[in-house]
Design a protein around this ligand. Sequence first.
Ligand SMILES: Nc1nc(=O)c2c([nH]1)NC[C@@H]1CN(c3ccc(C(=O)N[C@@H](CCC(=O)O)C(=O)O)cc3)CN21
Ligand SMILES: CC(C)C(=O)C(=O)O
Ligand SMILES: [Mg+2]
Length: 276
Amino acid sequence: MSMAVRKKRLTTADITALKGVRPVVSLTAYTTPIAKLLDPHCDLLLVGDSLGMVLYGLPNTIPVTMEMMIAHGQAVMRGVENACVIVDMPFGSYQEGPEQAFRNAARLMKETGCDGVKLEGGAEMAETISFLTLRGIPVMGHVGLMPQQVNASGGYRSLGRTTAEAEKIKRDALAVGHSGAFSMVVEGTIEPLAREISDDCPIPTIGIGASPACDGQVLVVDDMLGVFTDFKPRFVKHFASLAPVISRAVEDYAAEVKARSFPGPEHTFQMKKQPL
Ligand SMILES: Nc1nc(=O)c2c([nH]1)NC[C@@H]1CN(c3ccc(C(=O)N[C@@H](CCC(=O)O)C(=O)O)cc3)CN21
Ligand SMILES: CC(C)C(=O)C(=O)O
Ligand SMILES: [Mg+2]
């Protein structure tokens, strides 16, 4: 007798348990077909608010809404059977305090079926992270370069080069690390600082522009595939260059339409052959 066995998706607890075992593999995902392609190879898929810049052409992540995060969270959930799925809380949906954060995080969980949420912030967010985790919402932290602070920090630059800056980020990481968060993103920090944080925090650090010293890595999928090319930060590696592939395909299509060589007979419907 054989039973159909379905392997269960990774939980946030499974991600935490990977610390000290092997690096956590993570990428962003925003759509069902891309989630299906990434799912077998990734431990964690992040529905990042970077979708505002990557999918919607916005100048930064500030205008991203709950409705956008819910729509794309639902799309990604339809494509996964292995990876843990985390949805970014957008700017303005959690900074007022723990109650506002819980209300919006619960909405993301209920309406998408995701495994947890991510929010940006250091020591000032530790109380909010504890409030959510104690009430059943797994939270991923995000310290170092925090893109939702772009209007306060005046741009996207790597951090931790001065001792004052490094000490603040260290304090932030430790506060998040002891707040109940299951894991945290460390973004845009120098290697020695990322190593110290990873050594001293009890939860996995997932780096982006934060060196190989982290307990895992994450990249924006459109960056690593070479689809999104408006800017290329130093930390991005193009594992493929799809932009020119897409351009060439569209160029060929345009030429064939103009030449009437597409659609061909194999793409064309005809009347059934009738008996004479
Ligand atoms: N497509 C995309 N990829 C990302 O990694 C990403 C987003 N969008 N949107 C949200 C934030 C913004 N991020 C960014 C954007 C630009 C740089 C950048 O241009 N960095 C330069 C300068 C670094 C410095 O001055 O220290 C670099 O060369 O890395 C870094 C992070 C990271 N996140
Ligand atoms: C790159 C990750 C960490 C992120 O926050 C995003 O994609 O929005
Ligand atoms: Mg984000």
